[in-house]
Design a protein around this ligand. Structure first.
Ligand code: SF4
Length: 329
């Protein structure tokens, strides 16, 4: 792509206009020689629309494994014979203890995640009870949950307990979804997202890049998220797990990951972009460049079934870049 076209598209976004699908396709063709220019343009967009702090979120696996769904990438699916810890929902008090641990690492967000298609009403009670207790201890801590498909009664219960945000990923483009999951549909996911939005709870919605989708499907996915007007976009980059259906897939190269982050920043200029699973394994020494490419948030600590960085290492990386964390006031 010629340099003047890149600069024109950057100005277009900085002027508050949206890219067209075709313009985004043009940006996706940028080669590695122009990549630093692209990242720097994405950085300007981030600086204009986002605050200058990095948000940290700690996630906890509150119920692990034995999921009846068949998501092709997932270590927790019962369709895959992976060697992960399997346990039912942990207690209210155990959830509070995990929140206490998270707060020690300066996080101002704590997300309770359960494996499975959904949670039942008694599990919803336990999680809602834990949210009340955590909010009493840390009133400024933002609490998120990712519990699968919910009904309206469960959403109301969680909202009344103080839930700030709900995570429900689209995972990938609609045109590719049936290739990665056959036990539920893209429409099922959209339905839950709409119910959450209707209840006035913030929505965290993203997915995984590198599942075998095309560049064009990545752009389709980004435009679907823009249309849903989500609040926060978690981007994972597939770190293939042994014994899953995608175990043999070739992970994306670091520069391709940075280009993808910048592309999402151009398409969703005002949204929080959080880099999640696959950061350490796939980006390796280029991790600090995610913030130039357009990210303004990360997961801190371990992921659900894989290890992350030591929190102190991520905090030092942010400090070394001259950035500040969006710490718990
Ligand atoms: S991604 Fe969620 S729904 Fe899909 S298999 Fe894993 S735990 Fe189950």
């Amino acid at each position: 792509m010629p340099k003047d076209l890149l600069l024109r598209l950057k100005e277009k976004v900085l002027n508050g206009e949206c890219l067209t699908f075709r313009e985004a396709e043009g940006l996706s063709l940028i080669d590695n020689n122009s990549l630093m220019l692209f990242l720097s343009a994405a950085s300007e967009i981030t600086k204009k629309y986002r605050c200058d702090t990095i948000n940290l979120c700690a996630i906890t696996n509150a119920r692990s494994g034995l999921c009846p769904e068949d998501c092709s990438f997932c270590a927790q699916s019962s369709h895959h014979n992976t060697a992960i810890a399997v346990y039912p929902l942990i207690s209210e008090d155990a959830l509070v203890k995990r929140a206490e641990e998270a707060v020690k690492h300066l996080t101002n967000r704590f997300c309770i995640v359960t494996s499975g298609r959904s949670v039942n009403d008694s599990e919803t009670e336990v999680i809602a009870g834990a949210i009340v207790k955590i909010k009493n201890k840390f009133p400024r801590l933002k609490i998120d949950a990712s519990l699968g498909i919910l009904n309206e009664k469960q959403i109301e219960k969680l909202k009344a307990s103080g839930l700030d945000r709900y995570n429900h990923n689209l995972e990938t483009a609609e045109s590719y979804f049936s290739k990665i999951c056959t036990t539920h549909t893209y429409a099922d996911r959209i339905k839950t997202i709409r119910l959450i939005k209707k209840a006035g709870i913030e929505i965290c919605c993203g997915g995984i890049i590198g599942l075998g989708e095309t560049e064009s499907q990545r752009i389709e996915f980004a435009f679907a998220l823009a249309k849903l007007d989500i609040d926060s976009l978690p981007l994972n980059f597939l770190n293939p797990i042994p014994k899953t259906r995608l175990a043999a897939i070739q992970p994306l190269l670091p520069l391709d990951i940075l280009k993808t982050i910048a592309l999402f920043r151009f398409i969703l200029p005002k949204k929080e972009i959080r880099i999640c699973g696959g950061r350490q394994a796939n980006l390796r020494s280029l991790q600090p460049l995610i913030f130039t490419a357009g990210a303004d948030a990360i997961i801190i600590g371990n992921y659900l079934t894989t290890r992350g960085s030591y929190p102190q290492d991520d905090l030092l990386m942010i400090q070394d870049l001259g950035l500040k964390v969006d710490a718990l006031p």
